[in-house]
Design a protein around this ligand. Sequence first.
Ligand SMILES: Cc1cc2nc3c(=O)[nH]c(=O)nc-3n(C[C@H](O)[C@H](O)[C@H](O)COP(=O)(O)OP(=O)(O)OC[C@H]3O[C@@H](n4cnc5c(N)ncnc54)[C@H](O)[C@@H]3O)c2cc1C
Length: 490
Amino acid sequence: MSKNQILKEILAEVDKHPEIMSRREALKYMSISPLAASILAGTTAGTTAAVASDAKGKIVIVGGGLAGMSTAARLANTLSNPDITVIEPDPLSVSYQPGQTLVAAGLWEQSDIQYKRDDKLPAGVTLIKGSVTAFDPENNKVVIDGKDEISYDQMIIATGLVLNYAAIKGLDGVITSSGADNAIVKEKVGKNGVYSIYFADGASDTWKGIQELIEKAKAHTGPEKLQALFTDPNTPIKCGGAPKKIMYLTHARLEEAGVRDKVELTFYPDGGKMFGVPEYHEAILQQFKDRDFKWNYKHNLIEIDTETKIAVFNKHWEEKGAYDKDLEEFEIVKKSERVEAKYDFIHVTPPMKAPDVVGKSAVGSDKGWVPVKKETLQHVKYANVWSLGDVAAVPMGKTGGSVRKQYKVLVDNMIAVMEGKTELPAAYGGYTVCPLITSIGTVMLAEFDWSAKPTPSFPLDPTKERWIWWLLKVYALKPMTMIGMLSGKA
Ligand SMILES: Cc1cc2nc3c(=O)[nH]c(=O)nc-3n(C[C@H](O)[C@H](O)[C@H](O)COP(=O)(O)OP(=O)(O)OC[C@H]3O[C@@H](n4cnc5c(N)ncnc54)[C@H](O)[C@@H]3O)c2cc1C
């Protein structure tokens, strides 16, 4: 889809609602915002052409999802003599995961977000349809499917993360991002009130779950409200906004059906605030109050009884203990208790971790994620190993928005090393963007970086929910990702 087509679609939508915004205003938003401009520019090939290089070397990329394929494309565009191999087992690896939120709200179909790996393989790049089962960075090689070895001069680890449903007692299964291996998880998730948008089938099932909740609410007559719970675990997760987005969208659908007053919506995050950036935290808190949402901080989901429909949380807090005369301070005592909550509908955001084959290997770390220098994305121990995307140990780095910044940095730095340079020229600054969907029709565009301050690309209050960002999310971000990033240019 071209930039003009996208603009045309957005403006057609704007024309239907002149009471919200005029065409002139919409065009003003689009043209002043550097983010909007770069998103629209990124939907057409040819925006940021990389500088050509004659560097030589065999490059192996482990994982051909969004990060791996975008990096492969940019390397292929840049090197005059590319020798690039991507290892990826999943035929649908480049499917558009951010769209799963819209599938779960009944706005998109799964077919709107499914993309074939083989269609997105950049020209000149070799694909091995398999999984890396062992890393041997001392000898510069990896093992594929337990049998074939492949060696490299430079390796990029872009395996994404796994969804660890099995860490919650009562659920089973650990699945990769595509969820192609989801049969075990689906025995308990996607039915009987337990839902999860983090894999594609799970997103479609969540939409069925929301519709069932609406029907149940319509038939509900008792004084007690139905209970809808939304969890957020104690591990880093991809797209930190998604556990809230699905809550806002469930609220919107209940309201639209006229049954919002029959259902209580409660958020159970492991953490003690709504967002790491204070300005966005405050804004979300107000949005929660306006919608009459409830929330219980420091509650980590540890168990679900799918028969009795009871969710069990580890509620945790700290108390002041005895005074330590030597240290001249009070001890901090960690406390916790088991809290049970009945549910009619529960949205589970599973704990997430690096795949064991990565996390428990020589290229992993105690916490599993691939330890890279967060600015350069070079491995802390192996100078010819690099990592980006969800599997990299980079703070706040687990979004497609972060990948959009990271893959250009990685390519510039890796090529510098291949050219024998000692200085790495590029640095990632921690920028990321979370288009927080707050209803069907509004988005708060939370942009920020490691300074934990809003970094709005538009001279307007970034904590406000806006329709124009909704249009950008629904019409422009997918082509920007699927055309712009996957061609190595956006
Ligand atoms: C519900 C949801 C909503 C989201 N919303 C947003 C949003 O609004 N904005 C945003 O920017 N981001 C969003 N994201 C996050 C974004 O999709 C991810 O951050 C992004 O896909 C990360 O790219 P990646 O390449 O690191 O991982 P992935 O795209 O998951 O790809 C990893 C690939 O590695 C492969 N792999 C795994 N193990 C191996 C192995 N051993 N050998 C070979 N290959 C392997 C996998 O098969 C997979 O294809 C969302 C994600 C979800 C699930």
